[in-house]
Design a protein around this ligand. Structure first.
Ligand SMILES: [Zn+2]
Length: 178
C-alpha cells in the first residue's frame, strides 16, 4: 500500500530514478474523484497539454509537463513546457504568461501540474513546480489577492496520485508576502 506520508519527485532530474521526500504539512494526497469538479477539469486541461510539450534538449528522452490555471471567474488557460537551445521554459511559467497575455494575470487562483516521460510512458510520481516557478506563482497569487491560498493540484500521468496544496505551503516565504 502506498504510504500517503511520502511522495517521490523525479521531475527535476529528467530521469526515471526517483527520490523520496516527505510531504510538507499542508499537502494532502487525494483521489482524482475526490477533487471538486472544477479542479478535475483544471487537471484535465493540464493533461491535455502533454502531447504538445517540446523538449528536444533534455537529458535522455526528456520530460513533458502540462499546466493549467483557473481564474476567479472560471476561465482556464493551459500550456506545456517548451525548450530552446538557450533555455527551458516551464509549463507553469508559460501558462501564467498565457493568462497574463489574455489579460487574466490578476485573476489566477489555482493551478494544476502534470508530468509524463518524454517517450510517452507515465510517471508514477507527482510533478512539482520548480523553485523559480513557485516565486512566479506567488507573484500571480499576490496579483489576484489570494496570496498564500493559491491552490496547487499536482498529479502523476495517470492521475492515480493527486497532491493538493497551496503556494503558501510550497513557498512559505515568497518575496511579496506581507
Ligand atoms: Zn519551473
Amino acid at each position: 500500500m502506498w504510504d500517503s506520508t511520502l511522495v517521490s519527485s523525479s521531475y527535476k532530474f529528467f530521469e526515471r530514478r526517483s527520490r523520496t521526500v516527505s510531504l510538507a504539512e499542508g499537502e494532502r494526497v487525494v483521489k482524482f474523484a475526490e477533487l471538486a469538479p472544477q479542479d478535475q477539469q483544471l487537471l484535465e486541461y493540464a493533461a491535455a497539454e502533454l502531447p504538445y510539450s517540446y523538449h528536444p534538449y533534455g537529458r535522455g528522452e526528456g520530460f513533458s509537463v502540462g499546466a493549467a490555471v483557473l481564474t476567479v471567474d472560471g476561465t482556464f488557460h493551459a500550456n506545456s513546457n517548451h525548450e530552446a537551445k538557450i533555455q527551458r521554459t516551464c509549463a507553469e511559467r508559460s501558462t501564467l504568461s498565457k493568462a497574463h497575455g489574455a489579460h487574466d494575470g490578476n485573476k489566477c487562483v489555482a493551478m494544476a501540474v502534470i508530468g509524463q516521460f518524454g517517450d510517452g510512458s507515465p510517471t508514477e510520481e507527482v510533478a512539482y513546480p520548480c523553485p523559480s516557478c513557485r516565486e512566479l506563482i506567488a507573484e500571480f497569487a499576490n496579483r489576484s489577492g489570494v496570496r498564500g491560498k493559491f491552490r496547487l493540484i499536482m498529479a502523476d500521468t495517470n492521475m492515480e496520485k493527486v497532491v493538493v496544496t497551496t503556494i503558501g505551503v510550497l513557498l512559505p516565504h515568497a518575496y511579496d508576502y506581507p
